[in-house]
Write a protein that binds this ligand. Structure first.
Ligand code: 9L3
Ligand code: MG
Length: 131
């Protein structure tokens, strides 16, 4: 058996006024309709933080500052093993405008588990919702 492909991904839990930005993946994407911390794949030569800042500029047209790491977890999908590292972040420039997500919501941490999250995001949701 071949080893599943390791897909290293970063996600941003952007906090504003005590709420967390949650994003629903758009139609036509893998895991369409699931909720996630926005972000994406780390490209060659990038640090996780650089990748996250680039992804958020692309996906939400705003700039973030990265505070600290929440956790790393992985989940084996049929297309590969996705390894997600999630960071607590805050906005430093602009307000999110969607370029590829279906929608976003600012959610109280305690209410986050009510959304249908991508499985790889569950660990971070559990940690952040208990903060
Ligand atoms: N993914 C899961 N949870 C997340 C992120 C940012 C990404 N919080 C999964 C969805 C895709 C893969 O990782 O299958 C790559 O993400 P993208 O580049 O499609 O955003
Ligand atoms: Mg993405």
């Amino acid at each position: 058996m071949e080893e599943p492909k390791l897909i290293k991904v970063v996600g941003a839990a952007i906090i504003k006024d005590g709420k967390v930005l949650c994003a629903q993946r758009g139609a036509g994407k893998s895991l369409a309709g699931y909720w996630e911390f926005p972000g994406g794949k780390i490209e060659a030569g990038e640090t996780p933080q650089q990748a996250l800042q680039r992804e958020i500029e692309e996906e939400l047209l705003c700039e973030i500052d990265i505070d600290k790491k929440v956790c790393t977890s992985d989940y084996l999908y049929d297309f590969g093993n996705v390894q997600l590292t999630t960071f607590l972040c805050h906005l430093i420039e602009g307000m999110p405008r969607l370029t590829e997500h279906e929608c976003i919501e600012w959610v109280e941490p305690s209410q986050m588990p009510r959304l249908r999250w991508a499985p790889v995001d569950h660990d971070a949701v559990t940690r952040i919702s208990g903060m």
